[in-house]
Design a protein around this ligand. Structure first.
Ligand code: SOE
Length: 392
């Protein structure tokens, strides 16, 4: 890093690349950052599309060679926005080149890859090189407030954690295949793609760790049409071709969990919750009260204080838009609300502030590895119909 800038190379420019680009562009305009992000280069597989993305998203340059991009002297940080099967190779190479790494979730497609990435991160950390995993929902103000209340003891001892991530984008059996439905690319389906988010959120808000799980994965639709314009074996977006191929990942997962504290968890992640578009729901019941959140009403946190006079008690809707609420002071007056993209912007803020202070961003690769271990334990539990412990 130069004394005042943080020069970024982003690999991948699809949905996550768009969201991350918005964050790199926007963060310095709303937050007083100790380092100025510079969007040096965006990397894509196709030269024309990468150049178009650079112009549209605000990157100074574009490339089709991620190895060349991470080796550049004018790059301090590599932002990985590609499917999970590429995370390990890119992250380990970037860390080896002395670059900080921000990697999209889940960290990897397997525990083995996540362990290799975390080992590389530990080695690079000795030289002041840092890592972060992109669990952005923890940076929604209402979630950050929920964590503050729980950590302050406002709901007492946590007894129950109820966490759901409900989508329905492939409830149509004729929705075409994509990389997210291919185990070799994505590692798993709803489990790793959206289950990882609610595992991270539940652990982040409670400050506790999942110790054991018992779960079940299901694939409701076992084959789908390939996307139009693709041949067998390649996957992409767009319309449907006449050829069909196998779905090799889970469509949905349910699992029970026991936290280290003894708290009981019930988790669900599905792409078949017909009518639910991006409903991340978290409810935590404690001995003195509860908090409840639904991303489809993301500027509100519900809070129940068991110590209130029962005559006037009840869940209150906190509109999390006051200047004293996490992240909010940088944005709009009370009641104006934030959106999906703000979690990504807050991610850049927290990352840049950690790097400038020479401390580990959170969640680090080690945190991402622990989530990977929970994912693997759920998969093993489903295969063996047994409870599985998460040992580390
Ligand atoms: C698809 O399920 C997806 O894009 C996830 O991959 C993202 O992590 C989530 O934020 C939105 O849904």
């Amino acid at each position: 890093m130069t004394s005042s800038s943080l020069r970024v190379a982003m690999v991948g420019h699809a949905f996550m690349g768009n969201a991350h680009s918005q964050a790199w562009r926007t963060a310095p305009h709303f937050f007083d950052l100790p380092l100025r992000p510079e969007m040096a280069v965006v990397v894509g597989r196709d030269a024309g599309r990468a150049a178009e993305a650079a112009a549209r998203l605000g990157w100074a340059d574009s490339s089709t060679d991620w190895r060349e991009a991470i080796a550049r002297d004018d790059v301090d940080l590599v932002d990985i926005c590609t499917p999970g099967d590429t995370h390990a190779e890119i992250a380990i190479a970037a860390l080896g080149a002395g670059k900080h790494v921000l990697c999209e979730k889940p960290l990897a497609n397997t525990v083995a890859e996540a362990e290799q990435m975390t080992a590389a991160a530990e080695e690079a950390r000795a030289h002041g090189v840092r890592t972060m995993v992109g669990f952005t929902y923890r940076r929604v103000p209402a979630i950050a407030l929920a964590r503050r209340l729980v950590q302050e003891g406002r709901i007492g001892d946590v007894r129950h954690v109820r966490a759901q991530y409900l989508q329905d984008w492939i409830a149509d059996p004729e929705a075409p295949l994509s990389w997210r439905l291919d185990k070799t690319r994505a590692g798993s389906g709803a489990l790793g793609d959206i289950g990882a988010h609610v595992i991270d959120l539940a652990q982040h808000v409670t400050g506790d760790r999942i110790a054991e799980v018992a779960g079940r994965l299901e694939t409701f639709v076992k084959e789908r049409p390939y996307p139009a314009g693709d041949t067998a074996g390649t996957l992409g977006g767009g319309g449907a071709s006449s050829e069909r191929g196998p779905v090799t990942v889970d469509d949905a997962v349910s699992f029970l969990a026991t936290f280290s504290s003894g708290a009981m968890g019930v988790f669900e992640a599905t792409r078949f919750a017909t009518g639910r578009k991006n409903a991340i729901r978290l409810e935590i019941n404690g001995s003195l009260g509860s908090v409840a959140f639904d991303f489809e009403d993301m500027n509100v946190l519900e809070y129940f204080d068991a110590r209130e006079d029962p005559e006037v008690g009840g869940f209150r809707r906190i509109l999390v838009t006051e200047p004293g609420h996490p992240y909010v002071a940088a944005w709009w007056p009370p009641g104006h609300g934030l959106g999906y993209e703000h979690g990504f912007t807050h991610q850049v803020v927290d990352l840049v502030e950690a790097l400038a202070a020479d401390r580990d961003p959170s969640p680090s690769f080690a945190d991402g590895l622990q989530v990977q271990r929970v994912l693997a334990a759920v998969e093993t539990s489903s295969d063996t119909r047994t409870w599985q412990e998460i040992t580390r």
